[in-house]
Design a protein around this ligand. Structure first.
Ligand code: C2E
Ligand code: MG
Ligand code: MG
Ligand code: MG
Length: 294
Protein backbone atom coordinates (compact mmCIF):
# COMPACT_ATOMS: atom_id res chain seq x y z
CA UNK A 1 0.00 0.00 0.00
CA UNK A 2 2.76 2.30 0.98
CA UNK A 3 4.40 1.43 -2.30
CA UNK A 4 1.49 2.50 -4.45
CA UNK A 5 0.94 5.70 -2.58
CA UNK A 6 4.64 6.36 -3.00
CA UNK A 7 4.32 5.74 -6.71
CA UNK A 8 1.27 7.91 -7.12
CA UNK A 9 2.95 10.58 -5.09
CA UNK A 10 5.82 10.36 -7.50
CA UNK A 11 3.40 10.67 -10.40
CA UNK A 12 1.92 13.83 -8.91
CA UNK A 13 5.39 15.15 -8.26
CA UNK A 14 6.64 14.41 -11.75
CA UNK A 15 3.53 15.99 -13.24
CA UNK A 16 4.18 19.08 -11.21
CA UNK A 17 7.85 19.07 -12.17
CA UNK A 18 6.87 18.70 -15.78
CA UNK A 19 4.51 21.63 -15.50
CA UNK A 20 7.21 23.76 -13.89
CA UNK A 21 9.83 22.94 -16.51
CA UNK A 22 7.24 23.45 -19.22
CA UNK A 23 6.41 26.88 -17.81
CA UNK A 24 10.07 27.78 -17.58
CA UNK A 25 10.57 26.66 -21.19
CA UNK A 26 7.61 28.74 -22.27
CA UNK A 27 8.87 31.77 -20.40
CA UNK A 28 12.26 31.32 -22.02
CA UNK A 29 10.68 31.22 -25.48
CA UNK A 30 8.66 34.32 -24.66
CA UNK A 31 11.76 36.06 -23.42
CA UNK A 32 13.54 35.26 -26.68
CA UNK A 33 10.64 36.75 -28.62
CA UNK A 34 10.64 39.78 -26.35
CA UNK A 35 14.31 40.37 -27.17
CA UNK A 36 13.56 40.19 -30.90
CA UNK A 37 10.53 42.42 -30.64
CA UNK A 38 12.03 44.85 -28.20
CA UNK A 39 9.23 44.39 -25.69
CA UNK A 40 11.04 46.00 -22.77
CA UNK A 41 10.91 49.43 -21.25
CA UNK A 42 13.04 51.15 -18.67
CA UNK A 43 11.74 52.78 -15.53
CA UNK A 44 13.84 55.25 -13.59
CA UNK A 45 14.09 55.59 -9.83
CA UNK A 46 15.51 58.81 -8.33
CA UNK A 47 18.63 58.67 -6.15
CA UNK A 48 18.70 61.56 -3.70
CA UNK A 49 21.54 63.25 -1.83
CA UNK A 50 20.74 62.65 1.83
CA UNK A 51 22.20 65.94 3.03
CA UNK A 52 20.75 68.38 0.48
CA UNK A 53 17.84 66.31 -0.84
CA UNK A 54 18.99 67.25 -4.34
CA UNK A 55 18.44 64.73 -7.11
CA UNK A 56 21.71 63.00 -7.83
CA UNK A 57 20.56 60.74 -10.63
CA UNK A 58 18.45 57.75 -11.57
CA UNK A 59 18.71 53.99 -11.56
CA UNK A 60 17.36 52.40 -14.73
CA UNK A 61 15.20 49.35 -14.00
CA UNK A 62 13.92 47.08 -16.73
CA UNK A 63 10.24 46.27 -17.21
CA UNK A 64 8.74 43.56 -19.39
CA UNK A 65 5.11 43.65 -20.43
CA UNK A 66 4.30 40.08 -21.47
CA UNK A 67 1.58 39.93 -24.19
CA UNK A 68 -0.53 37.49 -22.11
CA UNK A 69 0.82 37.47 -18.57
CA UNK A 70 1.14 41.23 -18.28
CA UNK A 71 3.95 42.65 -16.19
CA UNK A 72 6.57 40.05 -15.35
CA UNK A 73 8.66 41.04 -12.31
CA UNK A 74 12.36 41.42 -13.08
CA UNK A 75 13.08 39.07 -10.18
CA UNK A 76 11.43 36.36 -12.37
CA UNK A 77 12.92 36.97 -15.74
CA UNK A 78 16.36 38.43 -14.98
CA UNK A 79 17.60 35.14 -13.46
CA UNK A 80 16.24 33.31 -16.52
CA UNK A 81 17.90 35.84 -18.81
CA UNK A 82 21.14 35.24 -16.94
CA UNK A 83 20.86 31.45 -17.21
CA UNK A 84 20.08 31.53 -20.91
CA UNK A 85 22.58 34.20 -21.89
CA UNK A 86 19.73 36.44 -23.09
CA UNK A 87 20.96 38.97 -20.53
CA UNK A 88 23.68 39.90 -23.04
CA UNK A 89 21.40 41.42 -25.72
CA UNK A 90 18.97 42.64 -23.06
CA UNK A 91 21.78 44.29 -21.13
CA UNK A 92 23.06 46.00 -24.25
CA UNK A 93 19.62 47.40 -24.93
CA UNK A 94 19.45 48.65 -21.32
CA UNK A 95 22.77 50.48 -21.61
CA UNK A 96 21.89 52.08 -24.93
CA UNK A 97 18.39 53.09 -23.86
CA UNK A 98 19.51 54.54 -20.52
CA UNK A 99 22.22 56.59 -22.24
CA UNK A 100 19.77 57.91 -24.84
CA UNK A 101 17.34 58.86 -22.08
CA UNK A 102 19.97 60.75 -20.13
CA UNK A 103 21.03 62.56 -23.28
CA UNK A 104 17.42 63.63 -23.90
CA UNK A 105 17.04 64.91 -20.34
CA UNK A 106 20.34 66.76 -20.47
CA UNK A 107 19.08 68.59 -23.55
CA UNK A 108 15.70 69.51 -22.07
CA UNK A 109 15.97 69.91 -18.32
CA UNK A 110 17.89 72.65 -16.55
CA UNK A 111 20.37 71.11 -14.12
CA UNK A 112 20.23 67.69 -15.74
CA UNK A 113 23.79 68.07 -16.96
CA UNK A 114 24.97 66.84 -13.58
CA UNK A 115 22.70 63.84 -13.30
CA UNK A 116 24.05 60.33 -13.14
CA UNK A 117 22.49 57.23 -14.69
CA UNK A 118 22.95 53.87 -12.98
CA UNK A 119 22.47 50.65 -14.93
CA UNK A 120 22.37 47.14 -13.53
CA UNK A 121 24.90 44.75 -14.99
CA UNK A 122 24.95 40.99 -14.47
CA UNK A 123 28.25 39.18 -14.09
CA UNK A 124 27.39 37.19 -17.27
CA UNK A 125 27.57 40.35 -19.31
CA UNK A 126 31.28 40.49 -18.62
CA UNK A 127 31.90 36.88 -19.56
CA UNK A 128 30.00 36.66 -22.83
CA UNK A 129 30.59 40.00 -24.38
CA UNK A 130 32.73 42.96 -25.01
CA UNK A 131 30.94 45.09 -22.46
CA UNK A 132 33.50 47.87 -22.46
CA UNK A 133 33.03 48.34 -26.20
CA UNK A 134 29.25 48.40 -25.88
CA UNK A 135 29.42 51.00 -23.15
CA UNK A 136 31.97 53.12 -24.98
CA UNK A 137 29.88 53.02 -28.15
CA UNK A 138 26.75 53.99 -26.22
CA UNK A 139 28.57 56.92 -24.61
CA UNK A 140 30.01 58.04 -27.93
CA UNK A 141 26.67 57.79 -29.72
CA UNK A 142 25.04 59.98 -27.08
CA UNK A 143 27.97 62.23 -26.42
CA UNK A 144 27.79 61.68 -22.66
CA UNK A 145 30.71 62.19 -20.29
CA UNK A 146 31.66 58.74 -18.93
CA UNK A 147 31.50 59.99 -15.34
CA UNK A 148 27.72 60.27 -15.49
CA UNK A 149 27.34 56.53 -16.02
CA UNK A 150 27.40 54.18 -13.04
CA UNK A 151 27.32 50.41 -13.45
CA UNK A 152 25.75 48.45 -10.62
CA UNK A 153 27.06 44.95 -10.30
CA UNK A 154 24.01 43.00 -9.31
CA UNK A 155 24.67 40.21 -6.91
CA UNK A 156 22.33 37.63 -8.35
CA UNK A 157 25.12 35.32 -9.33
CA UNK A 158 28.38 34.20 -7.86
CA UNK A 159 31.33 35.99 -9.35
CA UNK A 160 33.00 32.93 -10.79
CA UNK A 161 36.22 34.52 -11.90
CA UNK A 162 36.94 37.58 -9.81
CA UNK A 163 40.31 38.09 -11.49
CA UNK A 164 38.63 38.34 -14.91
CA UNK A 165 35.99 40.67 -13.52
CA UNK A 166 38.66 42.95 -12.07
CA UNK A 167 40.35 43.29 -15.47
CA UNK A 168 37.05 44.34 -17.04
CA UNK A 169 36.21 46.73 -14.23
CA UNK A 170 39.62 48.36 -14.42
CA UNK A 171 39.00 49.01 -18.12
CA UNK A 172 35.63 50.60 -17.33
CA UNK A 173 37.25 52.65 -14.59
CA UNK A 174 39.90 53.85 -17.02
CA UNK A 175 37.17 55.12 -19.35
CA UNK A 176 35.82 57.08 -16.38
CA UNK A 177 32.75 55.02 -15.60
CA UNK A 178 31.67 54.68 -11.96
CA UNK A 179 31.23 51.27 -10.37
CA UNK A 180 28.83 50.27 -7.60
CA UNK A 181 28.17 47.00 -5.79
CA UNK A 182 24.44 46.40 -5.62
CA UNK A 183 22.65 44.74 -2.70
CA UNK A 184 25.82 44.97 -0.67
CA UNK A 185 25.89 42.67 2.33
CA UNK A 186 23.19 40.32 1.07
CA UNK A 187 24.84 38.68 -1.91
CA UNK A 188 27.99 36.90 -2.91
CA UNK A 189 30.32 39.86 -2.91
CA UNK A 190 33.11 38.85 -0.55
CA UNK A 191 34.69 41.44 1.70
CA UNK A 192 38.03 40.30 0.29
CA UNK A 193 36.98 41.73 -3.10
CA UNK A 194 36.87 45.19 -1.56
CA UNK A 195 40.64 45.04 -1.63
CA UNK A 196 41.10 44.59 -5.37
CA UNK A 197 37.90 45.67 -7.08
CA UNK A 198 37.99 49.23 -8.41
CA UNK A 199 34.84 50.61 -6.79
CA UNK A 200 33.13 53.94 -6.25
CA UNK A 201 30.00 53.05 -4.38
CA UNK A 202 28.27 50.45 -2.19
CA UNK A 203 24.52 50.10 -2.18
CA UNK A 204 23.34 48.79 1.18
CA UNK A 205 20.77 46.09 0.61
CA UNK A 206 17.19 46.76 1.53
CA UNK A 207 17.18 43.87 4.02
CA UNK A 208 19.29 45.99 6.38
CA UNK A 209 17.14 49.07 5.84
CA UNK A 210 13.95 47.19 6.65
CA UNK A 211 13.19 47.37 10.35
CA UNK A 212 16.27 49.48 10.93
CA UNK A 213 14.23 51.39 13.47
CA UNK A 214 13.52 48.28 15.53
CA UNK A 215 16.35 45.88 14.76
CA UNK A 216 19.55 46.50 16.68
CA UNK A 217 21.40 44.18 14.32
CA UNK A 218 20.24 45.92 11.17
CA UNK A 219 21.25 49.28 12.55
CA UNK A 220 24.70 48.07 13.56
CA UNK A 221 25.27 46.35 10.19
CA UNK A 222 24.24 49.47 8.27
CA UNK A 223 26.47 51.58 10.51
CA UNK A 224 29.42 49.24 9.95
CA UNK A 225 28.95 49.25 6.16
CA UNK A 226 28.89 53.04 6.10
CA UNK A 227 32.03 53.33 8.24
CA UNK A 228 33.76 50.70 6.12
CA UNK A 229 32.80 52.55 2.94
CA UNK A 230 33.99 55.88 4.25
CA UNK A 231 37.35 54.43 5.28
CA UNK A 232 37.73 52.92 1.81
CA UNK A 233 36.72 56.19 0.18
CA UNK A 234 33.50 54.80 -1.28
CA UNK A 235 30.09 56.43 -1.43
CA UNK A 236 27.07 54.67 0.07
CA UNK A 237 23.50 54.47 -1.18
CA UNK A 238 20.73 53.14 1.07
CA UNK A 239 18.20 51.21 -0.98
CA UNK A 240 14.55 50.68 -0.21
CA UNK A 241 13.94 53.64 2.12
CA UNK A 242 10.19 53.69 2.60
CA UNK A 243 9.54 56.01 5.52
CA UNK A 244 10.77 59.11 7.23
CA UNK A 245 12.18 57.28 10.22
CA UNK A 246 14.43 55.13 8.03
CA UNK A 247 15.53 58.25 6.20
CA UNK A 248 16.45 60.06 9.42
CA UNK A 249 18.42 57.08 10.70
CA UNK A 250 20.38 56.83 7.44
CA UNK A 251 21.01 60.55 7.49
CA UNK A 252 22.24 60.27 11.05
CA UNK A 253 24.68 57.60 9.94
CA UNK A 254 25.95 59.92 7.17
CA UNK A 255 24.81 57.66 4.37
CA UNK A 256 25.48 59.70 1.20
CA UNK A 257 22.51 58.82 -0.97
CA UNK A 258 18.96 57.60 -0.51
CA UNK A 259 16.81 55.58 -2.88
CA UNK A 260 13.37 54.22 -2.14
CA UNK A 261 9.63 54.59 -2.29
CA UNK A 262 9.83 57.34 0.34
CA UNK A 263 11.04 59.69 -2.37
CA UNK A 264 9.73 57.90 -5.40
CA UNK A 265 8.93 54.54 -6.94
CA UNK A 266 10.62 53.76 -10.26
CA UNK A 267 8.93 56.00 -12.85
CA UNK A 268 8.33 55.86 -16.57
CA UNK A 269 10.57 58.23 -18.55
CA UNK A 270 7.72 60.66 -18.91
CA UNK A 271 6.80 60.59 -15.21
CA UNK A 272 10.44 60.94 -14.24
CA UNK A 273 10.63 64.06 -16.35
CA UNK A 274 7.49 65.50 -14.73
CA UNK A 275 8.94 64.63 -11.35
CA UNK A 276 12.13 66.55 -12.15
CA UNK A 277 10.19 69.57 -13.39
CA UNK A 278 8.21 69.63 -10.16
CA UNK A 279 11.15 68.97 -7.91
CA UNK A 280 13.40 71.61 -9.42
CA UNK A 281 16.31 70.79 -7.10
CA UNK A 282 18.40 68.64 -9.36
CA UNK A 283 21.91 68.14 -8.19
CA UNK A 284 23.87 71.35 -8.63
CA UNK A 285 27.32 69.92 -8.03
CA UNK A 286 29.44 69.11 -11.04
CA UNK A 287 30.27 65.45 -11.46
CA UNK A 288 33.94 66.32 -11.00
CA UNK A 289 33.12 67.92 -7.61
CA UNK A 290 31.22 64.93 -6.36
CA UNK A 291 33.85 63.93 -3.85
CA UNK A 292 33.10 67.03 -1.82
CA UNK A 293 29.46 67.78 -2.52
CA UNK A 294 26.48 65.43 -2.44
P1 C2E B 1 18.11 46.29 -7.65
O1 C2E B 1 19.06 46.73 -8.69
O2 C2E B 1 18.63 46.14 -6.27
O3 C2E B 1 16.94 47.34 -7.72
C1 C2E B 1 16.17 47.75 -6.62
C2 C2E B 1 14.84 47.03 -6.62
O4 C2E B 1 14.13 47.43 -5.44
C3 C2E B 1 13.94 47.44 -7.78
O5 C2E B 1 13.11 46.32 -8.05
C4 C2E B 1 13.12 48.58 -7.18
O6 C2E B 1 11.88 48.75 -7.82
C5 C2E B 1 12.93 48.07 -5.79
N1 C2E B 1 12.74 49.16 -4.82
C6 C2E B 1 13.29 50.40 -4.82
N2 C2E B 1 12.91 51.11 -3.75
C7 C2E B 1 12.09 50.31 -3.03
C8 C2E B 1 11.36 50.49 -1.80
O7 C2E B 1 11.41 51.52 -1.15
N3 C2E B 1 10.62 49.42 -1.37
C9 C2E B 1 10.56 48.24 -2.07
N4 C2E B 1 9.81 47.25 -1.58
N5 C2E B 1 11.24 48.05 -3.23
C10 C2E B 1 11.99 49.07 -3.70
P2 C2E B 1 12.92 45.77 -9.53
O8 C2E B 1 12.82 46.90 -10.48
O9 C2E B 1 11.83 44.77 -9.49
O10 C2E B 1 14.28 45.03 -9.83
C11 C2E B 1 14.67 43.91 -9.11
C12 C2E B 1 16.08 43.51 -9.47
O11 C2E B 1 16.16 43.07 -10.82
C13 C2E B 1 17.07 44.65 -9.38
O12 C2E B 1 17.44 44.89 -8.04
C14 C2E B 1 18.19 44.15 -10.24
O13 C2E B 1 18.99 43.24 -9.53
C15 C2E B 1 17.43 43.40 -11.32
N6 C2E B 1 17.31 44.28 -12.49
C16 C2E B 1 16.41 45.24 -12.76
N7 C2E B 1 16.67 45.83 -13.95
C17 C2E B 1 17.77 45.20 -14.45
C18 C2E B 1 18.54 45.35 -15.65
O14 C2E B 1 18.28 46.22 -16.52
N8 C2E B 1 19.61 44.51 -15.81
C19 C2E B 1 19.95 43.58 -14.86
N9 C2E B 1 21.01 42.80 -15.08
N10 C2E B 1 19.26 43.43 -13.72
C20 C2E B 1 18.18 44.23 -13.51
MG1 MG C 1 20.48 48.03 -8.83
MG1 MG D 1 19.88 46.75 -5.11
MG1 MG E 1 18.25 43.97 -5.59
Amino acid sequence: RAKTSGKSRFKVFSKKLHRITHEAQELENDLRKAVERNAFTLFYQPIICSRTEALQGFEALIRWAHPVKGKVPSSHFIPLAEETGLIVPIGQWVIETACRQLKAWRARIPGALNLTMSVNISAQQFVHNDLEQIIENALRATDLPPGCLMVELTEGSVIEKPEVMIVHLNRLRKIGIKIAIDDFGAGYFSLAYLKNFPLDCLKIDKIFVDEINTSHENLQIAKAIIILARNLDLKVVAEGIEDHEQLEIMRGLNCNFIQGYYYSKPLSARDAEDWMQKKKTVCTSKISDRSTIC
